[in-house]
Design a protein around this ligand. Sequence first.
Ligand code: NDP
Length: 480
Amino acid sequence: MLQIQNYLNGHLTPPRSGRYLDNIEPATSQVYGQIPDSGPEDVAAAVAAAEAALPSWRRLPAEERGRLLVKIADLIDANLEHLARAESQDNGKPLGLAQIMDIPRAASNFRFFGTAVEHFATEAHLQEGIALNYTVRHSVGVVGCISPWNLPLYLFTWKIAPALAVGCCVVAKPSEITPATAFLLSELCIEAGLPAGVLNIVHGTGPGCGQAIVEHPGIKAISFTGGTATGRHLAATAAPMFKKLSLELGGKNPNLIFADCDLAAAVATSIRSSFANQGQICLCSSRIFIERSIYEVFKTEFLKQLELQKIGDPFEADTKQGALVSEAHLYKVLNYIRLAHEEGGILLAGGHRVTVPGRCERGYFLEPTVFENLPHDCRTNQEEIFGPVVTLTPFDTENEVIAWANSTDYGLSATIWTTNLNRAHRVAQALHSGIVWVNTWLHRDLRTPFGGMKNSGIGREGGLEALRFFTEAQNICVKV
Ligand code: NDP
């Protein structure tokens, strides 16, 4: 049994209460480990350790901090197989996906921000003969980083790395549902020689542990990725304390397929954008709008390629669809499938729980599911499902599809398939989405601003945006 510990002040320590929670492997539904059920006392100890470490960490030259982050990146690379297996077992995702996406990206996060901080310049404003203004960016201080279960190490490190790079000390909490790789990261930080207290990882539930991080007066900024309802609650707690907030929340992303697209590429990528990680990526497109003249041909090809998505043991090399993350989440998605039927949807594929024989026979597997005949404004097409469920809808005009794409409360990402350059730019700029991909999906450049509009969040992560978020700008004006 893997017994996870908190990472406090440079040491692996049990929770103050001595209580642990079960950790379940989604592919088997069996308990395979335990995680600390930490509470406010553990968070207070983590904040105290971070505050004690802060003066020397923020004084360290950026190159020194960066060097340590790059060392952690190298250790992640060196332990890729071990980390990928842990991620797959903890989350239910195919091992192959963790090997090529989750873990390499976690290393890239540390390497990117560890080197970016050396190029993090500041501004000067010269009023000739009168005054010189220059901006100093101080690290905010001790910050909280809270991340979800869908891309556990990938998103955890996406927050921690920029915070550490600019000289913040961090109290971080991974999702209690997927804590394993965050624990392995603590071991790698110790091995890398990260000074005690600079990064503290507390494990536990959202209400018990996450809430204590948000409420603690010593935490000056919160970077959160998770559901919109949790984000709203978190903002209500943090705003009266005037904490800086970065919220990366839910999505209901549209995928617009125009008749002039490269159909083969659009179909192949739409399979990925619909079902990668069992549809549990905030950027997955769940509403596919297809220009009517190619609706039937797209549908036929899409359903044909869907048959190649083998559902199976996440550890098997040819598995494309692993298990959903938990039993509760499986039932949430099954309820949405029931709703889609009630709303008049026609089921084209999937729709049922799957039994995978052998060690996974009790796992939380679900067929990739496709519906058609649902209006753009029904609940199935408006609410985030966050599972392997998509709808196909024909459209007639560009204005119509833009209106439908923009009709939800969310605005995280969108995808457009067209070979018409003018249309690509025109439609992209008309969409209310923080990220728009044209003829591609999930193509990431870590320098770009990342985040959502409307109920998909506040603020942007990535590149300079992340470095700026974790700093406080101070203007100094010198009379010449
Ligand atoms: P949740 O909002 O349930 O949880 C996110 C994190 O917040 C978890 O660590 C959770 O802990 C913690 N948490 C829960 N309640 C509180 C609280 N009161 N105070 C502080 N922390 C709390 O989201 P999920 O984990 O279910 O993740 C799925 C959601 O994340 C989806 O809506 C998805 O769209 C969104 N997401 C957004 C992304 C983006 O970049 N915009 C990227 C990836 C996902 P615990 O799990 O232990 O309860």
